[in-house]
Write a protein that binds this ligand. Structure first.
Ligand SMILES: [Zn+2]
Ligand SMILES: [Zn+2]
Ligand SMILES: [Zn+2]
Length: 271
C-alpha cells in the first residue's frame, strides 16, 4: 500500500495497471470506512483487496472485513466444531456503477476461530482456499474472537455445486431408516451440477402429498405432490416445477433393496 499525495484525490483515481477505476481502487477508497481493530488483520485484508483488479475475481481473491451483525442464525455445530450462520448480504459478485453487487443473500457459511491473528499469512489463506471458499474475517463482539468466514466447496467442481447445497441440509431431514438416508444422501452427493438438478433424490415428508388414493388396477397409490420436483437452484433456494403433479407412491418392500440398480429400474417404469 502506498501513501498517496493528498492532491491526487482531486484527480480521477485510475489504476495504473488497468487504466480505469478497477476493484483495487474501489477497495482502496473504502479503507477509511472499516477496521478489524487489529493491524495484522487489516493489513492482510487490504493486501488481498489491493491485488484484485478484475471485478469478477473479487470473491475468489479479495477478503472482506465482515461486521458480526451481518450474520444471523449463528449456531455452534459441535460435530464439526465451527459456528454455522447465514450471511445476510452474501459475497461480492462484481460492481455496477458505484455499488458492489452481491450474490447469494443469506448464504450458509461457517465461522471458524482464528486462534492467532499473527498466523494470517498468504500460506494460511491458500491452505484454507484449497478446501473452502474464503470470504473474509469477522469478530464476535462478546468473546472478541476473530473468525474466518468460509463456505464448503466441492473439491471436484472447485465451487459450491448442488452436491454441497444438498450436503449442508443433511442435518435437517431423516427418513428414520439409515439405509434410506444413506442412499438418498449418496444420490445428492453425486449432484455435481450448478443450476439444474439431474439425478438427486429427496426425502419427501408424507404431508407434502394430497388426494392420496389407492389404485387397485395397478396396485399403487396415486397422489398429488404439492411442491413438485426440484428443477434448479437460484442462489440459496431450490426452484421447483410442476406443483401438484400427479405421482405414484409404490411400496418399497425392503429398504435394504434400494440400490442404484433398482433406482434406474424405477425411473424406467415411471417416465
Ligand atoms: Zn487495476
Ligand atoms: Zn461438485
Ligand atoms: Zn449457497
Amino acid at each position: 500500500m502506498s501513501l498517496k499525495n493528498p492532491f491526487q484525490s482531486f484527480l480521477n483515481d485510475k489504476c495504473k495497471e488497468c487504466d480505469y477505476i478497477c476493484s483495487e481502487i474501489r477497495f482502496q477508497q473504502n479503507f477509511k470506512n472499516w477496521t478489524s481493530g487489529n493491524d495484522d488483520i487489516d493489513e492482510f485484508i487490504q493486501g488481498t483487496q489491493l491485488s484484485t483488479h478484475d471485478k469478477y475475481e473479487v470473491s475468489k481473491k479479495a477478503l472482506e472485513w465482515i461486521p458480526y451483525n451481518r450474520f444471523c442464525n449463528i449456531k455452534y455445530n459441535e460435530k464439526i466444531g465451527v459456528f454455522r450462520a447465514n450471511w445476510i448480504d452474501g459475497y461480492i459478485y462484481g460492481w455496477d456503477n458505484e455499488n458492489w453487487v452481491r450474490s447469494n443473500e443469506n448464504m450458509l457459511v461457517a465461522l471458524k476461530n482464528l486462534n492467532n491473528p499473527k498466523n494470517i499469512t498468504l500460506e494460511f489463506m491458500n491452505k484454507i482456499k484449497s478446501d473452502y471458499e474464503f470470504y473474509g474475517i469477522t469478530q464476535d463482539p462478546q468473546t472478541k474472537n476473530y473468525m474466518v468466514v468460509l463456505c464448503d466447496k466441492c473439491k471436484k467442481c472447485d465451487y459450491i455445486c448442488n452436491a454441497i447445497h444438498f450436503q449442508q441440509n443433511f442435518d435437517n431431514w431423516t427418513s428414520g431408516n439409515d439405509d434410506i438416508d444413506e442412499f438418498i444422501q449418496g444420490t445428492q452427493l453425486l449432484e455435481h451440477t450448478y443450476y439444474y438438478r439431474v439425478n438427486a433424490l429427496e426425502w419427501i415428508p408424507y404431508n407434502r402429498f394430497c388426494n392420496i388414493k389407492y389404485n387397485e388396477k395397478i396396485g399403487v397409490f396415486r397422489a398429488n405432490w404439492i411442491d413438485g420436483y426440484i428443477y434448479e437452484r437460484d442462489n440459496e433456494n431450490w426452484v421447483r416445477s410442476n406443483e401438484n403433479m400427479l405421482v405414484a407412491l409404490k411400496n418399497l418392500n425392503n429398504p435394504k433393496n434400494i440400490t442404484l440398480e433398482s433406482m434406474n429400474k424405477v425411473y424406467l417404469m415411471n417416465f
